[in-house]
Design a protein around this ligand. Sequence first.
Ligand SMILES: Cc1cc2nc3c(=O)[nH]c(=O)nc-3n(C[C@H](O)[C@H](O)[C@H](O)COP(=O)(O)O)c2cc1C
Length: 174
Amino acid sequence: MKIIPEITNRFSPTTFTEQELSEEQLTTLFTAAGKAASSYNEQPWRFVYALKQDSEAFKNILECLVEGNQEWAKNAAALVITVSKKNFTKNEKANAHNRHDLGLAVGNLCAQATAMGLHLHQMGGFSAEKAINNLNIPEGFEPVTVIALGYYDGDFVETPRKPIDEIVFKGKWK
Ligand SMILES: Cc1cc2nc3c(=O)[nH]c(=O)nc-3n(C[C@H](O)[C@H](O)[C@H](O)COP(=O)(O)O)c2cc1C
């Protein structure tokens, strides 16, 4: 059985075309993200985004990135900061799966974006402190990654993958 194209066609480019994205496209992506499963249905994911055409807001997010990422991410059509709520809302206890669940939501967003002909590049290279200040992220929430998003015009760039027998164990760890 073949892997679905939403998975095989995904990769993280460092170049984007100048084509803009619309609010409607972003809403579609975030709606897909929000359909992910989450521990106790907490839905701890939050997203702060800026389209390139909203230059002030875009700059606010771009400035949070480390220099090496800023160099290419400045050409993205949109930037998104992914954020996760640390505690459960119902009892304020720590949610051990908050980042896991944000990752599931971002996985949905990746698949939806790929199906829409878009590419994205996630980054851990950013200042969480700057993000909290620049974007008014409230207490109890942690910025986790930044996503650069847009159209790509070029060849598929394949990065190496670990062999299946290095990541999967039948029965018990060998
Ligand atoms: C959580 C996370 C953090 C990452 N941080 C960066 C980063 O700061 N800068 C960068 O250029 N790429 C970053 N990447 C992209 C990875 O390097 C890339 O996904 C990996 O090399 C596999 O390539 P592919 O996405 O094209 O399959 C990050 C990816 C993830 C998921």
